[in-house]
Design a protein around this ligand. Structure first.
Ligand code: MG
Length: 157
């Protein structure tokens, strides 16, 4: 068994929705990002790659490469899953935390879990997503962006 952790932040900019865990959430801002800005999936990818000692998302999918411009991050997650699978790893569980003052995440979490489980080919019980505010403190509290933390266990098949 191996453990990995991931962290990612995206800044708010112009837009009318956010994409988190592959779920489109209406909001009065969007993410400034090379991809779709799915900060939750990026943190998860980094945790998985970290657990397998395969580097990080920036190494595998550099933002200098135009083929990743505006890419659906779920495609990246499926590629990360395939990378780990080729190395003989499968995910045990993932525990994810979204740090956001707004919007409210609760109603969207079941759909996020369903998307991630679909891409990771795992059971619902293997993925947990939590959301917290920071009580108005820091960049998340000021509504400047969203941070996500991911912790995963992987095991050899
Ligand atoms: Mg990112």
């Amino acid at each position: 068994m191996r453990i990995g952790q991931g962290y990612d932040v995206h800044r708010f900019g112009e837009g009318d929705h956010l994409v988190l865990g592959g779920v489109k959430i209406p909001y009065h801002q969007g993410f400034v990002a090379h991809s779709d800005g799915d900060v939750l999936i990026h943190a998860l990818c980094d945790a998985l790659l970290g657990a397998a000692a395969l580097g990080d998302i920036g190494r595998h999918f550099p933002d200098s490469d135009d083929s990743y411009k505006d890419i659906d991050s779920r495609k990246l997650l499926r590629r990360v899953r395939d990378l780990l699978s080729r190395e003989g790893w499968e995910m045990g569980n993932a525990d994810l935390t979204i740090v956001a003052q707004a919007p409210r995440m609760r109603a969207h979490i079941p759909a996020m879990v369903a998307n991630l489980c679909c891409d990771l080919k795992c059971e619902t019980a293997q993925v947990n997503i939590k959301a917290t505010t920071t009580e108005g403190l820091g960049f998340a509290g000021r509504g400047e962006g969203i941070a996500c933390y991911a912790t995963v266990l992987i095991r050899s098949r």
